[in-house]
Unconditional design. Structure first.
Length: 260
């Protein structure tokens, strides 16, 4: 497997500029972290509930890192163990996506598949984009309680929690409107929790919400018209040195050239 992430396996990498960010301002704290050549380590836990999928189930975590540049998220490198027999590695740079499935037979020497579909690298829990200042600010406005909480990534945190409706979220993420969640569900809420360190950086982000079941799977359930989702994401090593590169061209094949 080609190593595309520099520093991903280095524990305890120091956060760049973390102590220089004003406390209590996650929006500014994350903006200041978006420096070329740096990133953050991510572990995401996902839980899904639906009668069509036999009740609640927690999946294996998705692990990897997100890289910054030009004041935004520019790349990601993740292992998703819900895909394939032994997990699938997904590298996204800009809008280009590469996939490595070690258990799927490929042409000799070709470990990676270049996928035509565009990808998007982001920091989020559910539909709550933490790397978008307007979205994070809108979420924080709906805070109902705050209290001292556990330490994550070596940092004591304050837990902020609240709920935001899809209608409120559409005001800052209009592209979500008209997806599976339509006007009839505008007042459905996303419950959220953010564990924020003294430096303003988010160490854990949790969200729980429900969405209408797609029409093609409704018939599989026992009358339930929606599915419940939970995403619980841990962020660590903010500011770690990180370089995410494309896989070697010699080891890559375009998806259109594969024969099934």
């Amino acid at each position: 497997m080609t190593l595309t992430v520099t520093g991903l396996a280095l524990p305890g990498a120091p956060a760049v500029g973390a102590t220089k960010v004003g406390a209590g301002d996650p929006v500014a704290a994350i903006q200041r972290q978006r420096v070329k050549g740096h990133g953050v380590r991510i572990t995401e836990y996902r839980t899904l509930n639906s009668d069509a999928i036999s009740g609640w189930g927690r999946f294996e975590p998705v692990k990897g890192a997100v890289g910054f540049g030009d004041g935004k998220v520019v790349a990601s490198d993740f292992w998703d163990h819900q895909l394939g027999e032994a997990g699938v590695r997904l590298v996204c740079i800009g809008e280009r996506l590469w996939e490595c499935d070690p258990k799927t037979k490929r042409p000799k020497g070709k470990r990676w598949v270049a996928i035509k579909e565009p990808c998007v690298s982001r920091l989020e829990t559910g539909n709550l984009r933490l790397d978008e200042p307007a979205v994070l600010a809108a979420v924080l406005v709906t805070t109902t309680t705050t209290k001292a909480s556990d330490a994550y990534d070596g940092s004591p945190t304050t837990l902020h929690e609240g709920s935001i409706s899809f209608r409120q979220l559409w005001n800052v993420r209009p592209e979500l409107r008209g997806s599976s969640v339509r006007d009839a569900h505008a007042d459905w809420e996303i419950d959220w929790r953010l564990w924020i360190g003294k430096d303003g950086l988010i160490r854990r982000a949790w969200s729980k919400w429900r969405e209408p079941l797609p029409d093609e799977v409704k018939h599989l359930g026992a009358g339930q018209e929606w599915m419940g989702l939970v995403k619980d994401v841990r962020y660590s090593d903010w500011g770690m040195k990180l370089t995410i590169k494309p896989p070697p061209a010699a080891q890559t094949i375009a998806s259109g050239r594969l024969k099934y």
